[in-house]
Design a protein around this ligand. Sequence first.
Ligand SMILES: Cc1cc2nc3c(=O)[nH]c(=O)nc-3n(C[C@H](O)[C@H](O)[C@H](O)COP(=O)(O)O)c2cc1C
Length: 278
Amino acid sequence: MDYDSSRVFVENVKAALNGKTLDYIVVNHMEPDHAGSLRLICDLYPDAALVATKKAVDMMAQFFGDELKNEKIVVKEGDTVSLGKHELSFYTAPMVHWPEVMVTYESFEKVLFSADAFGTFGALNGNIFNDEYDIDRDWLPDYRRYYTNICGKYGMQVQSLLKKALTLDIQMICPLHGPIWRSNLVYIINKYDIWSKYEAEGNSVMIAYASIYGNTENAAYYLANELSKLGVKDIAMYDVSSTDVSYIISETFRCSHIVLMSATYNLEIYPKMDDYIS
Ligand SMILES: Cc1cc2nc3c(=O)[nH]c(=O)nc-3n(C[C@H](O)[C@H](O)[C@H](O)COP(=O)(O)O)c2cc1C
């Protein structure tokens, strides 16, 4: 958990434990928004063993020096830790989206703790399960923007994680961000499959333009209108100067056809367009 949220996190952990002690802390991912309060939780529960990949344990030393005194259990692909009724198994997911990432599968309740995979931008509104939302309406653009900007470069690694997931009987996915998936898991798995294969989601055109005086913008709208006359329906227009590049990257994954139009700027492509392209 992020250090900024550590007070609530500690309260929640204590409430969940209800007086019991903590035996294990499984660290799937060392990014500060998830592991920032690790030192705090280790100080509170010095007898809890840290379970993580070798790379994550190395990062613990980089982030916290020698301050994490807890026992470290280094796990590799397919290793298991038995908690009694519940058994955890671990699968590495390098570059989804940091090198040390692993996902954890709990075989009794068939839950996949998927680290950053299958997550989204945005805060929950009180509902915590996917089937309490209209995902297409309320969340899909955020899921897509999250995936494409965070994991988009690592399609091959995401494909490898999906192949591992196929070997498990998963009833629930708990990502580190966004709703818990307890039904229709195939929806988000299919999206990840499409995005990580760099396939478009449908027949659609994105026109992104960079214009100083408005002429390139005019040309972009003219083109859009001509496409419309030809029967093209899903046309998305973006002015790169007023749209955060993360939205344009997201649309680049979604759309089947991409048109980029830029004014020349000091013998180069207009900087905002150049930024998007690179
Ligand atoms: C700061 C600046 C630098 C420019 N550099 C070039 C250039 O290197 N080569 C060029 O042909 N035009 C250059 N232009 C002119 C514009 O690219 C040109 O007028 C273009 O048609 C403008 O398109 P727009 O109306 O969509 O902004 C520059 C304009 C500005 C304001």
